[in-house]
Design a binder for this molecule. Structure first.
Ligand code: ZN
Length: 443
């Protein structure tokens, strides 16, 4: 199969009249300034597929169901109670149906790789399933059914809070002892397709001790390493009370941060922490729509960018699933905080700066090959539709897609497979019907 695009964002920059062939999940021959041939798929604008570096797919199931305030001030912590109640009841079949829906929505949004931070491990009563890796297997099955590439991040969750304190009843499906978790990682390795990766995700400094984190890194070296950190002010205060240091400060003092590390949220940082993360080459995993939904706070984006920091984007709670929307929210939060415009760019197009940074940072965080449209690169591609025939040039395309109107995702290829056509995943009817049956029961 071959694609001809009027305009394409190649690894080296924008080009016109690009023709490329798809061969076994990779881009084969590629030439610019080429005429289309009979049988080519004709695209208007071709972009590389984005990595979604942080998701809890099952949370797609209660999207929009936590938007009513009870007595007193609502917060992340009250939201977490609702999430626990939802998580505690889900069967493997239900979770897989919801995850498959989330996966096809990601592909329809222009994501071609999912980083699934997976902590819903055990049966509703808290006991391991007959196959202890059952729930991870369901995530692999959902990814495979949808065609999205998966970086599975099995979560190590052992404690309820700093100290450590014992896990609560609401956390019973999440917790492992060390050896059982190590066996889960090995089981996940056996499930991975060639395009998949398996990383490690100690849930947070609340749920894993530094000694456990250290042991995981020694036993499973060289994998993507993800951790929730400094999302909430209370978490920073609890960490200070526990050890006299802030979460990022404490982690960095006890573990070398580096390019395989991904710090999820990292919302509340001092100037020293910003410089420390940036100089380590670690990725900050920003989830702008979820962070806004949960009232987390505003990431110090301008300072992090000035320090040369690396970031990517994730859809986290999946309250919405959108590439353009996450990038827009990231920039808008900065604008509100700084009372300025065009913050997340070193100069020039904000859309291009956001898209390029999130593309590179997301792939780095998920242990994926270097992203970008080039001969030999993975065929993870997204075509935008330009129904108004604006025929915009270069970076103005990304500004228009992210901040404006008119451009939308029309086609997505992951690992060379044409999964989304005319804006719709090819298995949407079946996957949506199965998920709808679950959502109606749970709503
Ligand atoms: Zn998360």
């Amino acid at each position: 199969m071959a694609i001809h695009a009027k305009t394409a964002l190649l690894a080296e920059g924008w080009a016109r009249d690009v023709r490329l062939t798809l061969e076994g999940g990779r881009i084969g021959a590629l030439s610019a300034g080429a005429a289309p041939r009979a049988g080519d798929h004709r695209a208007e604008i071709l972009l590389p597929g984005m990595s979604n570096l942080h998701s809890h797919a099952f949370q797609r199931g209660f999207s929009g169901l936590t938007e009513s305030r009870g007595p007193g001030r609502d917060s992340f912590w009250t939201w977490r109670e609702v999430m626990y109640r939802f998580a505690l009841g889900l069967t493997p079949d239900q979770m897989q149906a919801i995850a498959a829906l989330a996966c096809i929505e990601m592909l329809e949004a222009g994501f071609t790789r999912l980083g699934e931070f997976h902590y819903l491990h055990h049966a509703p009563d808290g006991r391991p399933h007959a196959d202890p890796a059952e729930m991870s297997a369901r995530i692999f099955a959902a990814a495979s059914d949808s065609g999205i590439a998966l970086t599975h991040l099995p979560v190590f969750y052992a404690h309820g809070g700093f100290g450590p304190t014992p896990p609560g009843e609401g956390q019973r499906r999440f917790t492992h002892d060390y050896d059982a978790f190590a066996r889960l990682v090995e089981a996940c390795d056996r499930m991975a397709r060639p395009q998949d990766r398996v990383g490690l995700a100690p849930h947070s400094l609340r749920a894993a001790t530094m000694a456990e984190i250290d042991r995981l890194r020694r036993d499973f070296p060289g994998r993507p390493f993800h951790i929730h950190i400094a999302e909430q002010v209370k978490e920073v205060e609890d960490c200070l009370a526990f050890c006299g240091a802030r979460p990022v400060e404490y982690l960095a003092a006890n573990m070398p941060l580096g390019p395989s590390c991904c710090l999820i949220h990292a919302t509340h940082l001092t100037a020293d922490e910003v410089r420390g993360i940036a100089s380590s080459g670690a990725v900050v995993g920003l989830c702008p729509l979820t962070e806004a939904n949960l009232g987390d706070g505003i990431f110090p984006g301008a300072d992090f960018l000035a320090a040369g920091g690396v970031y990517g984007i994730g859809t986290d709670s999946n309250v919405e699933i959108t590439v353009a929307g996450e990038l827009k929210q990231l920039e808008y939060s900065q604008r509100l905080g700084q009372r300025a415009r065009n913050v997340m760019t070193p100069g020039g197009s904000t859309g291009a700066a956001l898209f390029g940074a999130a593309l590179r940072g997301g792939a780095q965080a998920l242990g994926a090959p270097a992203p970008g449209i080039a001969a030999g690169a993975p065929a993870d591609l997204v075509a935008l539709w330009d129904p108004m025939e604006l025929d915009l040039a270069d970076d103005r395309i990304l500004d228009r897609w992210i901040f404006g109107r008119d451009l939308k995702v029309r086609d997505t290829w992951a690992h060379g497979v044409h999964l989304v056509q005319e804006g719709r995943h090819r298995h949407r009817a079946r996957i949506e019907a199965a998920a709808a049956r679950v959502l109606r029961r749970l709503a």
